[in-house]
Design a protein around this ligand. Structure first.
Ligand SMILES: C[S@@+](CC[C@H](N)C(=O)[O-])C[C@H]1O[C@@H](n2cnc3c(N)ncnc32)[C@H](O)[C@@H]1O
Length: 281
């Protein structure tokens, strides 16, 4: 998906409110944000960027680890997401910049930033441009932590495979949409290469002057009920195509009724920690 396509749904108030309500009611984005923040060496940081920060779920995790004098700048292209964040997250250390991540270097001085954290978004961006901008603003020795959804990175944690006991909610949605609305799912190309595998990430980071210093495939545990709540957020609702949100929600309700709410659902993530090398003395 081109960066501009991704912005359309995010920059709608109804979506932003639904997303924010989800992040506060369910652990997924909070847990992945806290994981990235923990890996970012933030204890002595003065300036941290929350890249693609949305409504502030990741900023909350960063702020919890930062000293009182430090600052967080949350950068996102969707003003609607940031309106929710400004209203709901009051911390004098936090400021908001509405901008594509690709333009980060327009807003911060070179080598000014101790760490950049990007939760659940990097694959929506032009990663070559973003990695270059991050390398520009990071100080030597500064850290860049981000994650990539398992499907986009082409990784699966073993727990995801062992948790599978029946059809996924997405598969049931496709089934119901086909039965009830004559939906024809787009052909699934099982051989299609992942959009952002670690090899590509490593090569692009290296091209930007950043070094991968750690990677891990992690598993985020949730339930069918949480997955349903996630699929109710307009930007994530399925099936894509010629459906209103109300129709998508009817299909979701029918599909969900075929499941057991507390069935475990596991989501895999590729976590990457990169660093701007220290300048040789
Ligand atoms: C799943 S949300 C994650 C938000 C936040 N990091 C969190 O964990 O809650 C993805 C965010 O990425 C933002 N986004 C997508 N593409 C972007 C781009 N090219 N530049 C800046 N923000 C972008 C969207 O507007 C959205 O707020």
């Amino acid at each position: 998906m081109a960066p501009q396509d991704a912005i359309l749904g995010w920059d709608e108030d109804s979506n932003a409110e639904a997303y924010n309500a989800f992040t506060r009611a369910h652990p997924m984005y909070d847990a992945t944000s806290r994981d990235l923040a923990r890996r970012g060496h933030l204890a002595n940081a003065s300036l941290v960027v929350d890249l693609c920060g949305g409504a502030g779920a990741t900023a909350r995790a960063i702020l919890d680890l930062l000293p009182a004098h430090a600052r967080v700048v949350s950068v996102d292209s969707a003003a609607a997401m940031q309106r929710v964040g400004r209203r709901t997250l009051n911390d004098a250390r936090l400021t908001w910049i509405t901008s594509p991540a690709e333009r980060l270097a327009d807003h911060l001085r070179a080598s000014s930033t101790d760490a950049v954290v990007c939760n659940s978004a990097i694959w929506k961006t032009d990663t070559v441009a973003v990695f270059g901008a991050v390398a520009h603003v990071l100080r030597p020795g500064g850290y860049f932590t981000f994650n990539v959804g398992g499907g986009f990175a082409g990784v699966r944690h073993p727990a995801e495979l062992s948790a599978r006991t029946g059809p996924s909610l997405n598969a049931l949605i496709r089934h119901v949409a086909a039965e009830v609305r004559g939906y024809t799912p787009p052909p699934r190309n099982a051989d299609r290469p992942p959009k952002l595998p670690l090899e590509t990430i490593t090569e692009q980071l290296s091209g930007a002057g950043l070094t991968v210093v750690g990677t891990e495939v992690t598993a985020q545990q949730s339930t069918m009920a949480e997955k349903k709540a996630w699929l109710s957020i307009p930007v994530f609702a399925r099936p894509e195509g010629d459906f209103t949100h109300a129709q998508q929600m009817q299909i979701l309700d029918t599909a969900y009724a075929m499941t057991t709410p507390d069935t475990p659902v596991v989501t895999s993530w590729l976590v990457v920690v990169a660093q701007r090398p220290m300048v040789a003395a």
